[in-house]
Design a protein around this ligand. Structure first.
Ligand code: HEM
Ligand SMILES: CC(C)=CCC/C(C)=C/CC/C(C)=C/COP(=O)(O)OP(=O)(O)O
Length: 474
């Protein structure tokens, strides 16, 4: 690729990314109750009340001015892309935002000035049309980003095998030798304790517990009962520990073949298989007892989560299908439902919508690691996407699942009363996450993959934290 083509591509992808995030901002602000209430204070178009002391008028004006500014950015992105040497399908796809953006403005004007009878379906149409514009921009971005890239990472990174990967269960760098035996009884007890703790996959817990906490906060709001929180989170920690332990038992032979996991307690025989199984069963029993003390449905979902991750994902999906990560996303989505059910006793739309966000987020999260550890997964014999279909396809799927996650997050704001804090978190951290994925395409390095991986955790962590604060305190 010549230097000026590379420069042109950077300009096009930067503009398309900015346009996509600008449209996403409009979608999220539009989907939050903030705007739907604002139109009641601003029901004329294009101008409306000038009483800026009324926050609803401020929000309505903000949305209209943002629509104007974003419209200019979208137009700049369209013109720049159409004049560039990007792919025909990227250029053709941009006809969607080109045609729909003026229509979107018209739908917005009608929704703002309509009577309540027609306002609802006009608002829904306005939201869906905004999403179609967003999808058109993201597809053009993905197809332009992958141009000029292939499946070989540039020679700027050490091979993941020689790089010092850390096992994020503990964040330690695995040693190739079996750890030396402890000197005294206390040191031995500490080493064994640390090994059992590591079986529980503690590094996954903070985000998975935040998922359950967000489910509970959405369901209960300010009247969230501390007793339920303690029992649901306690049950969740024990359930994750149980399923993590079973995962270690079932994968111990493959863990030995992978550099990243070669020093795990069962891969290095620090813990016996029978003892590990007994430990996992104990954790599972304690977890289900806690869930049962909340309600039967929470316990049933907890059992499903343990069985799904330990058996379906670990034994069936992960070693056999390239869709292991997509389908495995159900494991991480279940804590959202458990949180919602723990408070309400039934499955509800917001709980399902939150679970859907986690489900869509999971491939955008894990595919970055799968890129960084591609050779390691090949050695372990796992059909991860980069191993089976290559790095270029994997990077494209990361863009798609990231976009799907952002749309899922906007649907969640449409079906709940989440407000400006949630809107700000999903747009700001979504933009950050998208930017790391754009850089992943440009740099195609292990470091860029880890950067996008951590951005995925930062996005979900910020989103879930915003849900908890917004639902309980605002
Ligand atoms: C199919 C689903 C998933 C797969 C395949 C997956 C894969 C991974 C892998 C391989 C690691 C590194 C672990 C290690 O090196 O020992 C990791 C780390 C992590 N995962 Fe996932 N994950 C999935 C779903 C989730 C979900 C649903 C959450 C939370 C909602 C989550 C949160 C985390 C966190 C917090 C870390 C540790 C990050 C750090 O150490 O900074 N993962 N994941
Ligand atoms: C309530 C409850 C039990 C919920 C289950 C939540 C849970 C444990 C999700 C884990 C998600 C996941 C597939 C992690 C990676 O496993 P991996 O085997 O691909 O990672 P590895 O290669 O590091 O072992």
């Amino acid at each position: 690729m010549t230097a000026n083509t590379a420069t042109e591509r950077r300009r096009v992808t930067t503009l398309l990314a900015a346009a996509a995030i600008g449209v996403y901002l409009l979608i999220v602000v539009g989907a939050t109750t903030a705007l739907t209430e604002a139109t009641q204070a601003c029901s004329t178009w294009p101008l409306c009340g000038t009483d800026l002391s009324d926050p609803r008028v401020l929000i309505a004006w903000g949305h209209r001015l943002a629509a104007l500014v974003v419209g200019v950015v979208v137009l700049a992105a369209l013109v720049t892309t159409w004049r560039s040497s990007t792919s025909r399908r990227a250029k053709a796809t941009l006809l969607v935002p080109f045609v729909l953006y003026p229509v979107q403005i018209g739908l917005g004007a009608l929704a703002a000035t309509a009577t309540t009878a027609t306002a609802d379906w006009l608002s829904t149409l306005h939201l869906l049309s905004g999403m179609a514009i967003f999808v058109g921009l993201v597809l053009a971005l993905a197809w332009t980003l992958e141009l000029g890239t292939d499946d070989t990472a540039p020679v700027t990174d050490p091979d993941p095998l020689t790089a010092t990967p850390t096992d994020t269960d503990t964040g330690e760098t695995p040693s190739l030798q079996t750890p030396s035996p402890p000197s005294g009884p206390l040191a031995r007890a500490r080493r064994i304790g640390a090994a059992y703790f590591r079986l529980m996959k503690p590094r996954l817990m903070w985000l998975l517990c935040l998922v359950a906490a967000a489910g509970m906060a959405l369901a209960a709001g300010p009247s969230l009962d501390a007793g339920i929180v303690i029992r649901v989170l306690g049950g969740g920690v024990l359930a994750i520990g149980a399923s993590g332990t079973f995962n270690h038992v079932l994968e111990r032979k493959k863990d030995r073949k992978m550099q990243r996991t070669s020093d795990r307690p069962l891969a290095t025989d620090q813990v016996g298989v029978t003892n590990a199984l007994a430990f996992g069963l104990l954790l599972a029993a304690a977890s289900l007892a806690l869930f049962l003390s909340v309600n039967l449905l929470a316990a049933a979902l907890g059992l499903c989560a343990i069985l799904f991750y330990s058996v379906i994902y670990t034994l069936v999906l992960k070693p056999n299908t390239v869709q292991n990560t997509v389908l495995g996303g159900a494991a991480g989505a279940l804590p959202a439902l458990i949180g919602w059910v723990g408070v309400t006793g039934t499955v509800g739309v917001p709980g399902l919508a939150l679970a859907g966000v986690i489900f869509l987020w999971t491939p955008a999260h894990f595919y970055n690691l799968a890129l960084a550890y591609k050779d390691d997964y090949a050695r372990g014999g796992f059909p991860m996407l980069p191993v089976v279909r290559g790095e270029r396809v994997t990077r494209r799927h990361i863009v798609w699942y990231l976009a799907a996650t952002l749309l899922g997050a906007s649907v969640l704001s449409a079906v709940t009363s989440l407000g400006w804090l949630y809107a700000g978190a999903t747009v700001a951290f979504g933009a950050l996450f998208l930017w790391t994925v754009v850089r992943l395409h440009r740099e195609r390095s292990e470091q860029a993959a880890f950067r996008a991986f951590h951005a995925s955790n930062a996005y979900l962590g910020a989103l879930l934290f915003a849900i908890v604060v917004d639902a309980i305190l605002l």
